[in-house]
Design a protein around this ligand. Sequence first.
Ligand SMILES: [Fe+2]
Ligand SMILES: [Fe+2]
Length: 377
Amino acid sequence: MSTTEQPTGHAANADIIGRDEIDDIEAILSVSNVDVDEVEHIVKDNADAIFTWDYSLARPQLRKLYEKAKVGQWNGTTDLPWDTEVELDEVVTSDQAAFSAGLSPDHYAGTVVEKWGDKEWLEFGIDSRRWTLSQFLHGEQGALLCTAKITETVPWYDAKLYAATQVVDEARHVEVFARYLDEKMDGGFQVNAHLRMLLDDIIEDSRWDMTYLGMQVMVEGLALAAFGFMHQMTEEPLLKQLLRYVMSDEARHVAFGVLSLKEVYSEMTDRELMDRQEFAFEAAIRMRDRFLQQEVWEKQGVNPKDVVPLVLRDPTRDVFQQMLFSKIVPNCKKLGLLDRNESWLRRRFEEMNVIQFEDWEDTGSEYLKFELGADVA
Ligand SMILES: [Fe+2]
Ligand SMILES: [Fe+2]
């Protein structure tokens, strides 16, 4: 139910996301990782490193965030209970009982999945978790590279200080997700092609605010919602604590993006804002595409083309899918991205069924609720 008609000035869907219809399954599934043995992936970052000689305190909100970050550090090696025994079969079975793998089994009549018994659903559930945590891991590495880049490219002193703390945070996140996958899950999955394409686009863009928009607002906004969901859902104590610690950092990171871009975007022209709206839309679609987890279906011997159209219409899945945007939409609203240029991004979010979150709390101040020691539901 997409449209190729765009208000004046905006590019067509095909130019932004490579297809006209946002739900074009063939086009989505045609994007896949064809080199799963790749070890090194090189991307040009196209940016100037900027010194500033102005060391005055110009942005108190960012400085406050920097002070919070310095005392909010934790040690992935010593602060998490790595001696926890993780029995994957048991953990995934009990978590699935609470959430049925995010899918409604009776929704898949007429496909091979209809005949799946407990054993197949369990295998799918384990691989689904392995895949999800792997994409978190790869996204964390993207955040590590993006934040190192921001430290160089942002022209503001207060932001450079803060960004440097985020580099350490992201190193820690990469460390703990990689260790969890290796020690507790027998390894993970390669990067999903939709995610890699998004990370490449963010890194390649020469404009410093685009790194923030792509990473801090879109990727980390989605991560904060996804981590929160898994933190609430899982009964596995090590993973639960790991996610809680990561979330305490992640909420600051999203706040960093929102507070910085608010200042920049309020002064931009419609034309400049248009590019940012298109980029936010592209990022939203790439992230939605990746959550179809085509690699997990393939591993179970199921052709993704047979089930993905049903996944898109699965009511259980739909709730989860929408919830992923619960941080992104209010943050985009706060930045003025929803309604500039004839509400172009609002229309796109309506089409994606996620506009209902627009008045939820934005993350500019919400990060205080996620501090370690605070009670996150
Ligand atoms: Fe992170
Ligand atoms: Fe982060």
